[in-house]
Ligand binder design. Sequence first.
Ligand SMILES: O=C(CO)COP(=O)(O)O
Length: 249
Amino acid sequence: MPRKFFVGGEWKHNESPKKVKKIVSTLNEAEVPCHDVVEVVVGPPFISLTLVKSLLRSDFHVAAQNCWVGEKAPISPEMLVKMDIPWVILGETKRRAVSKETYERVGDKVAHALSQGLKVIACVGETLQQRESGSTMSVLAAQTKAIAEKITNWDNLVLAYEPVWAIGTDNVATPAQAQESHYEFRKWLSENVGAAVAASTRIIYGGFVNGATCHEFARQPDVDGFLVGEASMKPEFIDIIKSATVKKN
Ligand SMILES: O=C(CO)COP(=O)(O)O
């Protein structure tokens, strides 16, 4: 079965409820390819989660930006499920770098969220230093192994490759560099998890994609969509969603 294109928006800490309403109304009015062609998920900050959920068009979905392990956690998967929030983003670069979440911790969180019925966007990616020392694939492998050891069903998991060195810096990765990493990553999945998982799991790209660059990235055979930061709060997010049609051409 072909992998459905996936576009996620990570609004991070950026938006006030007032601005959130504006973004949501832009999204609601947009003409985009139908949900058979592209799956769209936006991740607002926690304070706007229920607001976005109540206003957003029904063919787009909402993700929490984080959750913890266990029912008594400050924001637990159990709680998100009760709030009817279907997705969560875990392992995002800031969680790993600033909150010092270890590979194991992210693996535990992914496994627990999946076990509670959430769908998960799990982020992996290497720093500039790791890339320059030639460790890109071993970092992706170790981060993904920490997840793979704890789960058996990959149906509700999307992997987001976020090269840390290409986020919020001047070092923009080229589509060819993204393809090379996605290709190697899928090969690793095939050899270490299984051919079926490698063929069906979406690997999306999250390294400063915008309305101008999305089409070329979308053309890459192993890029199954995007996790977008800054541009996901701008009208160009619609162009990024529409880049799904590149796969059909
Ligand atoms: O961090 C990202 C998604 O989580 C990507 O952010 P940018 O698209 O702003 O580079």
